[in-house]
Design a protein around this ligand. Structure first.
Ligand code: T5A
Length: 213
C-alpha cells in the first residue's frame, strides 16, 4: 500500500490555521478522498494523553511556572505520543493526515520565543522522531499584532498568548527563516488576506504539489 500524506498548517497565533485545516479537508473531499481516509490532528494534543499535556502547557498557573526546557520536553512528549499512535499508523494505512501545527512550531516558539538552542531542539527531535517529517508544511504568515487581535476575540488568553510582542516577533522570524531555507518543503501563504484569498492560495499550493490529484 502507498504511504499516505502528512500536510501540516503552521504559523503564529490567530493566523487562521484551524480554519484553513478545515478547508484542506474540504479540498480533499472534493477530490474524492473519503472521510475515513482523512485524519485531522492538532499539536500539542490529538490523543487523550497528549490532550492532558496540552492542558498543562496552555494553563496559566499562579503557583508555579513552567521552565522553557520542561515546556520543550512536554511538547515532544505530546508529539511522540501523537506521531506513534495516530499519525504513523494513518500514513501506513495510506491516509491523509492534516495537522494543525507540528515541530516547526517548536523551533519557532521554544527556539525563537524562549531562546532554547536549535541544537538542543534538533537533538531531542532526532532522538525521538528520527527521519519522520511532514510531506508538506503550509506556513501561514501574519504580523503578530493582527493575529493576536483575531485570537483575542475568542476571550481569555492562554499562557502563550500572554507573551509580549517581542516574543511573537522572534517566533515569526524563525518561521520565515525556515521557509527561506526549505522552500522545497515549506510553502508560504500571506495569512492577513481575507478568507477567500487565503483559501485560494492554499488550493493553488495543494494543486501544484499534486495533493489528491
Ligand atoms: N506551541 C505549539 C508551542 O509553543 N510549541 C509547539 O511545538 C506547538 C505545537 C497552541 C499553543 O502552543 C504553542 C503555540 C500556541 O500558542 P493553539 O490554540 O493550538 O495553541 O494554537 P493557536 O495558534 O493559539 O490557535 P489559534 O486558534 O489562535 O489560531 P489559528 O488556528 O491560527 O486561527 P483560527 O483558524 O482559530 O482563526 C482565528 C480567528 O480568526 C478568524 C477565525 O474565524 C477565528 O475567529 N479568521 C480570519 N479572520 C479574517 N480573515 C481571515 N483570513 C481569517 N481566517 C481565520
Amino acid at each position: 500500500m502507498q504511504r499516505g500524506c502528512f500536510i501540516v498548517v503552521e504559523g503564529g497565533e490567530g493566523a487562521g490555521k484551524s480554519t484553513m485545516a478545515a478547508e484542506i479537508v474540504a479540498y480533499l473531499r472534493e477530490r474524492g478522498v473519503s472521510d475515513d481516509a482523512i485524519v485531522r490532528t492538532r499539536e500539542p494534543g490529538g490523543t487523550p494523553i497528549a490532550e492532558d499535556i496540552r492542558k498543562i502547557l496552555k494553563d496559566i498557573r499562579k503557583d508555579d511556572c513552567l521552565c522553557p526546557e520542561a515546556e520543550l520536553l512536554l511538547m515532544y512528549a505530546a508529539r511522540v505520543q501523537l506521531v506513534k499512535t495516530v499519525i504513523m499508523p494513518a500514513l501506513e494505512a495510506g491516509k491523509y493526515v492534516v495537522g494543525d501545527r507540528h515541530d516547526l512550531s517548536t523551533l519557532a516558539y521554544q527556539g525563537g520565543g524562549r531562546g532554547i538552542s536549535r541544537e538542543l531542539i534538533r537533538s531531542i527531535r532526532d532522538a525521538v522522531l528520527g527521519d519522520f517529517y511532514p510531506d508538506l508544511t503550509i506556513l501561514m504568515d501574519i504580523p503578530p499584532e493582527k493575529g493576536l487581535l483575531r485570537a483575542g476575540k475568542r476571550g481569555e488568553l492562554d499562557r502563550f498568548e500572554q507573551e509580549d510582542r517581542d516574543f511573537f516577533e522572534r517566533v515569526r522570524k524563525v518561521f520565515l527563516d525556515e521557509y527561506e531555507q526549505h522552500p522545497d518543503r515549506i510553502a508560504l501563504v500571506r495569512a492577513d488576506q481575507d478568507f477567500a484569498a487565503v483559501r485560494a492560495d492554499i488550493r493553488t499550493i495543494l494543486e501544484s504539489k499534486c495533493i489528491a490529484g
